[in-house]
Design a protein around this ligand. Structure first.
Ligand code: SF4
Length: 412
């Protein structure tokens, strides 16, 4: 593969890091073929910004969830028809809230019903507080080869604002423990732009994170979700919401710090060292098939999308009645597929590339969006790359605006 020279995202006068070409690489794109997602909803406490499907942990709740997983797997696995999954992702909630015994039981259910590629990426989301040797051993023995740790911040006061149960030292301790247990692919989650967040505290957080040298980072901008403690606070009249331009400044600060440390942006919110892209997420962004089980889990399979019931009790009750636990399902129209390809692919740093889509599909994308792409390029919102289009680095924080602009133009 021929690497294109890459400019520094915000400083065209600074040469690109030679080991830091923008991704995702062509190899990473090709390895992300078929994903399997398992939602483990349990959390010790609810973080103040969280709108995910979570449930209180108890023995009875875990047993009911296991019964639901067994039922849903039995309903969905025959559809997989023995196809090989190239990635498996345990998300939540807090998958690390399961004991080693429970995790092995879950693993056995999945392995008995689905086929994993021998080199599959197997990721588990973990709360730093719950990472301990017995769990790390169980995960490694089973085949987990990538951990995603929710750090969010390295500032004690900010962690309290966010409702996190760990202190600022714990993510580093958990990461070191994971490395000592043989994990080589570690990712940290960060959040920025929440009420009270400042550039000065973010600089210290970014320095602490870079010192830990994770292979991958997801850096998400705070979104005020109604019904969450911090979201309601930010949305209240006169509340402490962080203005868009301040959030954009924090994003630029993060991107610049990471670029200097060899963590390249390969998707709007995701950064990695060469070869450390999150394969499972690439499956979503490339709009390839993925199967999903568990409350609130979403799947995309054979031209249809579905979403499971959000609340764990509703999801479990549907399965206990012998029904699929879905709240929604629809066959994707050709127009929807083309719009999703553009919406997701333009978030890649290296762009939306024709090579990633089946024969005929890209031609339809170009027929529908070609005029909008050209108009966006004339307006400086897009640029041509070999075999596709990308959003210029300086506009990446506002990728969603550009994507909406392109979509609106294509509809005339
Ligand atoms: S640990 Fe994750 S899923 Fe659980 S409440 Fe916090 S943000 Fe939400």
């Amino acid at each position: 593969m021929v690497e294109r020279p890459v400019q520094h995202p915000f400083r065209p006068d600074v040469p690109a890091h030679p080991l830091n070409p923008e991704g995702p690489s062509l190899a990473a794109r090709d390895e992300a073929r078929l994903g399997l997602y398992v939602h483990v909803p349990f959390c010790a406490v609810r973080c103040t910004y969280c709108h995910f499907s979570t449930a209180a942990f108890s023995s009875a709740a875990v047993e009911r969830w296991f019964a639901g997983i067994e039922r849903e797997v039995a309903l969905r696995a025959p559809l997989a028809g023995g196809r090989e999954f190239t990635s498996l992702f345990f998300g939540g909630g807090t998958p690390s809230a399961l004991s080693a015994r429970h995790f092995r039981r879950l693993w056995d259910i999945l392995r008995a019903n689905f086929t994993l590629a021998s080199d599959a990426e197997v990721t588990l989301e973990a709360n730093p507080e719950s990472v301990k040797p017995t769990l790390l051993d169980a995960w490694r023995e089973a085949g987990v080869n990538r951990l995603s740790l929710g750090a969010q911040s390295f500032d004690r006061a900010e962690l309290r604002t966010l409702g996190r149960i760990h202190d600022d030292a714990r993510p580093g301790e958990a990461l070191a423990l994971a490395r000592a247990h043989g994990f080589e692919r570690l990712s940290l989650d960060l959040m920025f732009g929440y009420p009270g967040h400042t550039s000065a505290t973010f600089a210290r957080t970014l320095d602490r994170l870079v010192e830990l040298a994770p292979e991958h980072v997801s850096g998400y901008c705070f979104i005020a979700e109604g019904g969450t403690a911090l979201g309601d606070l930010a949305l209240a009249p006169g509340g402490p919401a962080v203005p868009d331009d301040a959030q954009a400044g924090l994003y630029a600060q993060m991107t610049e710090r990471f670029a200097a440390a060899g963590l390249a942006p390969y998707e709007t919110s995701n950064f990695c060292r060469p070869g450390a892209e999150a394969r499972h997420n690439l499956t979503y962004w490339l709009r390839r098939d993925y199967m999903a089980v568990g409350p609130s889990a979403h799947g995309c399979w054979n031209g249809e999308r579905w979403g499971n019931r959000y609340a764990t009790a509703d999801w479990a009750a549907a399965l206990e009645r012998g029904e699929l636990p879905e709240a929604e399902r629809e066959r994707s129209s050709a127009v929807a597929v083309e719009e999703e390809i553009v919406m997701l692919g333009l978030r890649f740093a290296s762009g939306l590339l024709a090579r990633d889509y089946p024969s005929g599909v890209w031609e339809r994308v170009e027929a529908r969006f070609g005029g909008s792409f050209a108009a966006a390029a004339a307006a400086g919102r897009l640029e041509r790359v070999e075999g596709g289009w990308r959003i210029p680095p300086a506009h990446r924080f506002l990728a969603d605006d550009t994507i909406a602009w392109v979509a609106a133009r294509s509809r005339g």
